[in-house]
Write a protein that binds this ligand. Sequence first.
Ligand code: NAP
Ligand code: GDD
Length: 325
Amino acid sequence: MSKKRALITGINGMDGSHLADFLLARGDYEVFGLERRKATYYSPNIAHLAGKITLLKGDLSDQNSLLRAIKECEPHEVYNLGAQSFVGESWSMPEQTSDITGLGALRVLEAIREHGNKDIKFYQASSSEMLGKKGGVANEETTFYPCSPYGVSKLYAHWITKNYRESHGMFAVSGILFNHESERRGHEFVTRKISDGVAKIHLGLADHISLGNLDASRDWGYAPDYVEGMWMMMQQEKSDDYVLATGETHSIRDFLDNAFNYVGIQDWSKYIKTDPKFLRPVEVSYLLGDASKARNILGWKPKTPFKDLVNIMVKNDIKLLSQNK
Ligand code: NAP
Ligand code: GDD
């Protein structure tokens, strides 16, 4: 039986690499990854995939490169995971964020449409950041109120995905994913900053971590659970929008408690410095998702409890730092 072909933008990001692992483990996929040009060729998240996936050069700001990638790969499924994904940075680069995170989705949709194969399925990486200031428990019907250039850009991408579903009859899914993390998370995100910082303190390599607002709460899950949900959405008869979330929310303080407890530290207050440079012009204080629709229709549920997620991340950073010591 011939394999399905999947094209993943953002292949070397956290989710892109986990999705590639998931599809390859299934055994019935050939995986292509879109990678933009960079000065060095080291991509730690996909180093283990060398020879197992095909990398194509392309950029979400470059329409023709996307069309070429679609032609070369002839995909059955396209997962648009590429983005300027760091909310904090979106205030310093609002235009670039809108171009890549917002218009990038439009460009991928247009490349698929231009290519003309109506059977290609499209997944858009939408975000709970689109809910922004809404507060409370959110599902697919909750009104959006984005409050960062990143959130606004994601909302554009979300709506253009729905629009292409409705105006062009495309199979175009939007996964509204709440925060998910893993040992492959970028170092500027708060969970990785904490796991890396706690590991350094544990190994005597640092004496504090500088953070911003410790009172914000997030619905944090484990990325490998979430990429399975993305794939499940793409296997449905009809395309739709789905929330993926754990249904639990935890503050940054809770994350710190769990991370420091893992290395035997109960009172972590002396290890944390607050630095105003990590505060945001507008803060999303609270995110909590209701993934009932995904549970009922897709049969998806998160498998990794919060405590395990924190432990996986701290344990991994201790291992990495010990190897490099
Ligand atoms: P990530 O680790 O930051 O990965 C983003 C990827 O996008 C990277 O591979 C990056 O490539 C690529 N990229 C950036 N600009 C590009 C461009 N101009 N052209 C092509 N590729 C470009 O993000 P993630 O956490 O895996 O998230 C995956 C997607 O889900 C993102 O769209 C994110 O916004 C969205 N999302 C994430 C979460 C979450 O909690 N993780 C929740 C909801 C939605 P480089 O390595 O070259 O920079
Ligand atoms: N990054 C960072 N660094 N965040 C901090 C810090 C710090 O030093 N101190 C406190 N925080 C707080 C932020 O203010 C925010 O309230 C929370 O920690 C989480 O910040 P991030 O880890 O940067 O993630 P995010 O929630 O803004 O965005 C992530 O989740 C979105 C889904 O809701 C990203 O993965 C987005 O791409 C994703 O769409």
